[in-house]
Design a protein around this ligand. Sequence first.
Ligand code: G3P
Ligand code: CA
Length: 297
Amino acid sequence: MRKSLSWIIILLMFLLINTIWDGKKEEAVTVMNRTEDSLLSPNRMLNIAHRGASGHAPEHTMKAYQLAMEIGVDYLEIDLQMTKDGRLVSMHDPDVSRTTDGSGLVSEYTLAELQKLDAGAWYNQNNPDKANKDFVGLKVPTLDEIFEHFGKKANYYIEIKQPSQSPGMISSLLKTLKKYDLLDPNNREGSVIIQSFSEESLQQIHQRAPSIPLIQLKGEAITKKQLEKIKEYASGVGVNAKLVDRKFASMVRDAELLLHVYTVNEKEQMVQLLEWGATGLFTNYPDRLKEVLKEIH
Ligand code: G3P
Ligand code: CA
């Protein structure tokens, strides 16, 4: 008798702890009932400059971001990597060889070493028709430099890359956002979005900074059930264009999630995705998307 009473007490305690824990779960930033002036509105198409205006200037350089701002985009997309000495820099690949004149992993360079590399000359070699002498000698920018330069004039769509190989990246990102006052609740809602393929990283951010809208990136098909799970911590999904058709777009929209699609560079595809209900496009040619949106409205 005494034994079963003990079990009942243990069970009740377990249920109590579970209820308290559930009560502490943060809701995801919802996107419903947003008017079209909100960056999170499900009724607008966001122009996201993928790695800056990277169709016209070397990706993830200040030139590519500056050009995107001149075009008038909704967001600058920034991929994050971390240096050996723990500095956040903007670069897509974990290896520097494609987009600089160096070789090896970003994580093997100190910031000082990394910034000795040329991050622009490769673009001129690969794109002789778009070559520009001003691109030669461009540096890999730090996240600090980007925030310092554009401040609150820009909206930032930041991707956490290789989080498992860069311990401290999330803490450092949140610290840097705070340093530049980019998490102030008085700022425009959605002025910073964080995206990742890593659910674990997004869950961590959701617990630590629940007011930041999050986007779960996916490179493979997503089920309705998965969307329900994503909705617990994220405001939307960022999906490879190959996976999107009318049916998929409706499924995401019905789940009351934003649908951002990467990487869309052709006008025809932009029009189609807009018609299917996408709410944002990552593009290397934000000027083209701007023209499409102007033609449609
Ligand atoms: O962040 C959306 C898209 O950029 C993901 O692909 O490889 O270009 O970072 P990737
Ligand atoms: Ca990215």
